[in-house]
Each structure stands twice: as C-alpha cells, then as structure tokens.
Design a protein. Sequence first.
Length: 156
Amino acid sequence: MRLRGKSGLTFHQEIVNSGMRIPVVFMTGHGDIEMSVKAMKAGAMDFFAKPFRDQDMLDTVSQALTRDKARLAAEAAVAELRSLHDSLSPREKEVLVFVLSGLLNKQIAAEMNLSEITVKVHRGQVMRKLNARSMPDLVRKAELLGIQPFEPGGAH
C-alpha cells in the first residue's frame, strides 16, 4: 500500500486506467478495514495485512492466475469470433441481423428485396463462416459480438 512517491491504490488505479487487466493482490504492514474495502472495490483480488500466512498468499495468487487464464481464453474466443464476423460480406451481415430477429427466409427476402433462395444461400454462409451449429449457437455468438436483431420500424 505504501510505495515510494505514491500509494498502492493510486498505482493500481493507474494500471486500470492504462487498460491493463491484470490480477492485483494488495499487501501492507499498515492496513485498516477502510483501506482494504477501497482496494477490493477498485478490483483487487485480495488484501493482506502483514503478517499473513504464506499459504494464504500462494492460494490467492493461484486463484488469481486461474481466473486470469480463463479471462484471457474468453477474450481470445471473442477476438476469434470478431475475426469470423469480419469475414462476412456486407450482405451476409445484413441477413444475419434479420435472421436474429427470427424472420423466415421468405420474410427476409421481402424485407431485403431478394429472392428466397438468395437469402437461404446467405444464411447458410453466415452459419458456416461463424461456425454456428444451430440457431441458439448463432444467437449466443451474436450476443457476444453485441449484434442486435432487426426491429421492424427501427433502424437497420
């Protein structure tokens, strides 16, 4: 908590503000409840006042590394999904938004002024390119990407 020139909380805030997302564990010989609450609210994994048991610190660091590994894997999966989405043509992206709204191919064709077979081809390409095994899988992937379904009368 007490570093040369600044507090641990200030340093932690600088880490957060820089965009780095690393697990942080605070330890201090001069801690109190208020300080620990501030650290935890700022996103610390844990807060240790000296003296502490070495095993407690080791357990916390292990948990932090496990949680961070899962976070990194999830971020990598979303980045891969973004890359797959970027491979869609503009027309396929447009069809995807209509598909997410639950419209049938015939309805999408009418909305887009296309033939039903063309919509079917685009829909199949969307499923293939996004590696979607089913409609629920496609919806889940779209949610991860923040893609909103078409809303009649709204912007699309």
